[in-house]
Structures are given as structure tokens and as C-alpha cells.
Design a protein around this ligand. Structure first.
Ligand SMILES: NC(=O)c1ccc[n+]([C@@H]2O[C@H](COP(=O)([O-])OP(=O)(O)OC[C@H]3O[C@@H](n4cnc5c(N)ncnc54)[C@H](O)[C@@H]3O)[C@@H](O)[C@H]2O)c1
Length: 334
């Protein structure tokens, strides 16, 4: 995309969308951000920021008006495992409406490229039953057996993107994110993901105290720092690849190891109290990046330890500013 491209980012008030807008602005693009809400932690750098409910057709037409060249469609009703397992009907309905309307509105408005943000939740659950999981290749999404609600909707919207390319030659890109984390991400309120939730729990616990971990903590995941995520988004949008691509790291850790890493970054010794009734999601999930490397000649490379060392101090600072951590406690992050 050249410098003159006008870009729409939906979900720009959210975590990844906010970082993406910053990066696009830094590269000289004109950017419109659209969301149900403003960014919670920092003003958006977008040239225009509009509050719109993209579940409606009219608002999708409005959002895509005015010679938009590229759409990054990141708007979604989503959250961590606690949230997506609790609200199947609302999440599936809201996201079906957003994605179907946004795709058609972008096509009608003659947008040149459309990127859909899918998820590793599309992968067949029977292939994720072992903590020592075989990394997931793109074809492992079929035969379809995704996460109920959220995963089914993402997989269906992926199909819709493929149909738009097949039938209309509408230029779609499909990105399957694997667990993105970093500063400016939700860390409380019920929609937070595991890294942010654990950073919050560790920040609030006294040294020598204990924190609650959902499940036995042996469930495994890979986690991608948000700067790698944004870099991958730009590269996939610029590529000629129309089918789904993983965007994640293949650095597999258990949730217990994640807790240990955050504790180390925080300089605290903590005991884990496992809540076996807490939602855990699939037993193991990792990203196979072979196709990503082949297609882009690139893959995410920021190690989890380094990403957490950038994320934990931000969450700690937020909690301190909100009065949840004593003002006398010293920042101990590495
Ligand atoms: N963060 C991750 O680890 C992860 C993993 C897999 C997939 N994804 C996908 O990436 C995208 C961005 O995720 P995120 O982590 O930034 O989430 P986020 O919740 O921070 O951002 C999503 C944004 O969409 C907005 N939104 C929801 N409903 C809307 C509506 N009806 N109209 C307009 N805006 C609406 C929300 O207000 C929110 O600001 C989403 O599509 C998500 O499903 C994220």
C-alpha cells in the first residue's frame, strides 16, 4: 500500500486496533478508527475516530465511505476464556452481524483490500487435547470442530471471506491470531486474557503470597507480543495470500510456567492455588508457523520473557494509579 492509502481500522478502540493505528500513523497513512467505544488507556492517533455500532448495515456503510483503500476488520465481541465460554449466543450473533455487514459494505464501497481477524479458536478441539500438543497447521481447522460460539463464528466468517474472493475477486486476507498480549490491553473486568490476568494477580499479591490459577496450570499456549502482531498484520495485508495464516509464536509454555515468568519479572516469590473449577479452554495449543514463514519470509520473534518485561510494568503502573497498589511499593519489574 502506498502512502496515499486511506485505511479503516474497526475495533480501533480495542487493544490490537489501537496499536495498529499507532503504527499506521507512524508510517504516514491516513487512518479512520471506528469502535463502540474510545480507547480506554490512551487517546487514539487516528485522523478520524468514530463511535459506531458495526452490527448494523448502515453503520458499516458509513464506516467504509470515502475512498477507503484498505480495511483491517478487528471489531469483535470477545474476551478471555472466561468470557467466550460464558456468552455463546451473544458473541456469535454480534460477530456474525459485524463481519457479514463489514465485508459486504467494504465490497460495495469499492475497498481494495479487506483483512479479517480470525482466531486460533477455529481449530478442531480434538487436536488440542494434549498439553504437549502438536503445533496447529492451517489445515487443522478442518474437519470443523471449533470452540463453541466464538470459534464457530470466526470459522464461518473465514469461509465468507473465501467466498468473496472466489465469487467477486474481492481481495480478502485472513489472519488467525494466537493469544496476543502487551501494554494497553484489558487487564480486568472479565474480558482480560491469561497474560494480563496473571500480571494483574501477581502485581496485587504481596511477595510471599499466593495467587489463583485456573485449572491445574498444566494447560499450554503460545503468546505473541503486540508489536509482532502489528508487524504481521501489515505484512499479511501487503501479501498476495488469500487463505488463512497463523499469526502467533511457537514458544509453548504452560500456564504455570507463565505464572513463574511473570513472578520472576515482578521479583516476587508466589504460591499457586489451583482452582480446578476455573475455565481452561483446550488442553494445549501452539502455532505451526511453516506456512507463515514460507509466505512472508518472516515470523514473530519477540520472546515471552521480553514481552512480559514490557507488559507487567504497565499493568502494575495502572493498578497503582487506580489506587489498588500501595503508593510506597517500588516498581520491581526487570
Ligand atoms: N487479543 C487476542 O489474543 C486475539 C486472539 C484471537 C483473535 N483476536 C481477534 O482480534 C481482534 C482484535 O482483538 P483485541 O484483542 O484487540 O480485542 P478488543 O476487545 O480489545 O477489541 C475489539 C474491539 O471491538 C469493538 N467492538 C465490539 N463490538 C463492536 C461493534 N458492534 N461495533 C464496533 N466495534 C465493536 C470493541 O469495543 C473493542 O474495542 C478481534 O477480532 C479478536 O476476535 C484477538
Amino acid at each position: 500500500m502506498n502512502q496515499a492509502t486511506r485505511i479503516l481500522v474497526t475495533g480501533a478502540g480495542g487493544f490490537i486496533g489501537h496499536h495498529l493505528v499507532n503504527r499506521l500513523k507512524a508510517e504516514g497513512h491516513w487512518v479512520r478508527g471506528v469502535d463502540l467505544k474510545y480507547s480506554e488507556y490512551q487517546a487514539s492517533a487516528a485522523d478520524e475516530f468514530e463511535i459506531r455500532d458495526l452490527r448494523t448495515w448502515e453503520e458499516c456503510l458509513n464506516a467504509t465511505r470515502g475512498s477507503i483503500g484498505a480495511v483491517y476488520n478487528l471489531a469483535a465481541d470477545m474476551g478471555g476464556i472466561g468470557y467466550i465460554t460464558a456468552f455463546h449466543a451473544a458473541i456469535a450473533r454480534n460477530n456474525i452481524l459485524i463481519n457479514a455487514h463489514m465485508l459486504e459494505a467494504a465490497r460495495r464501497q469499492d475497498v481494495k483490500r479487506f483483512l479479517f481477524s480470525s482466531s486460533a479458536c477455529v481449530y478442531a478441539q480434538s487436536k488440542q487435547k494434549d498439553a504437549d500438543v502438536v503445533p496447529l497447521r492451517e489445515e487443522d481447522a478442518f474437519p470443523a470442530e471449533p470452540e463453541p460460539g466464538y470459534g464457530w463464528e470466526k470459522l464461518y466468517a473465514e469461509e465468507l471471506c473465501r467466498y468473496y474472493w472466489q465469487d467477486y475477486k474481492f481481495e480478502t486476507r485472513i489472519v488467525r491470531f494466537h493469544n496476543v498480549y502487551g501494554p494497553l490491553g484489558t487487564y480486568d473486568g472479565g474480558k482480560e486474557k491469561a497474560p494480563a490476568a496473571i500480571c494483574r494477580k501477581v502485581a496485587l499479591a504481596p511477595d510471599g503470597g499466593e495467587i489463583e490459577v485456573w485449572g491445574d496450570g498444566e494447560q499450554t499456549r503460545s503468546f505473541m507480543y503486540v508489536d509482532d502482531c502489528v508487524e504481521g498484520l501489515l505484512r499479511i495485508m501487503a501479501s498476495d495470500y488469500h487463505d488463512a495464516l497463523n499469526l502467533g509464536t511457537d514458544e509453548l509454555v504452560s500456564i504455570n510456567q507463565l505464572v513463574d515468568l511473570v513472578s520472576e519479572v515482578a521479583g516476587k516469590r508466589l504460591t499457586k492455588r489451583h482452582n480446578l473449577n476455573g475455565p481452561q479452554g483446550v488442553r494445549g495449543r501452539n502455532s505451526d508457523n511453516s506456512l507463515l514463514r514460507k509466505t512472508l519470509g518472516w515470523q514473530p520473534s519477540i520472546l515471552l520473557r521480553r514481552g512480559l518485561a514490557l507488559t507487567y510494568p504497565w499493568i502494575q503502573q495502572e493498578l497503582r494509579a487506580a489506587g489498588h497498589i500501595g503508593a510506597t511499593e517500588q516498581a520491581s519489574a526487570a
